[in-house]
Design a protein around this ligand. Sequence first.
Ligand SMILES: [Zn+2]
Ligand SMILES: [Zn+2]
Ligand SMILES: [Zn+2]
Length: 227
Amino acid sequence: MKANKCVICNVRKGKRFCVKENEFICSRCCGLIRDPQLCPNDCPYLSSLTEKEEVGELPLYKVLMTTPKGSRSIVIAREKENGNLQFISVLVDEWKMGLKDCFGSHDISKKEFNKLVARLPSSYADADLNECKEIIKRGILIAETLDLRIPRELREFKHILGDLDKVEVTGSLYKCFECGKGDLSEDVVEQIKEVTLQDIAAGVCGSEGETMLYSVCDKCREEEEEE
Ligand SMILES: [Zn+2]
Ligand SMILES: [Zn+2]
Ligand SMILES: [Zn+2]
């Protein structure tokens, strides 16, 4: 068989048949897009973890997150060997839909990227990568739990985040709206899920017409009552 170019990077030879893409891809791209949650079980490359390490992570260039709670926009950029950047931008609705939007680039000059950053609202601030990863992983979990569509761009750009496997998402599905750390009771979580699905069905999620919820953990509620 003629070795065609990898359908993802279009640079290296596509020597591996990827069950997920249904195309031939190169080993490097295979390592980058491989995901135990998205790849079919019959992918022969899924279990080879050694290769994943080989790919490694590119050095971080910028980690930005918007500051208001509830709806978080995150931008993570890494520097490539050619001096250009790759970045991923993710929107996570922490209080309702979870991860709901994603875009990015595999190759953008620093100049272009910085222009893009300069146009962002001032609510973006330097952020901690692990905190961002946690928010994103929880966002994916929320979207999956509600059976919402995960943006397909996430599959394409997810590798830029770095390893998400070691990021722990514990406790209740949604966290306290006040402190962002405390757990919410099962009943409250169920209520949020219900309202979210209703709002989505009504097409008002993220608009002015959406149902306003504000759920806090026991600790935050006590503190509020003391005041
Ligand atoms: Zn490739
Ligand atoms: Zn595969
Ligand atoms: Zn709290």
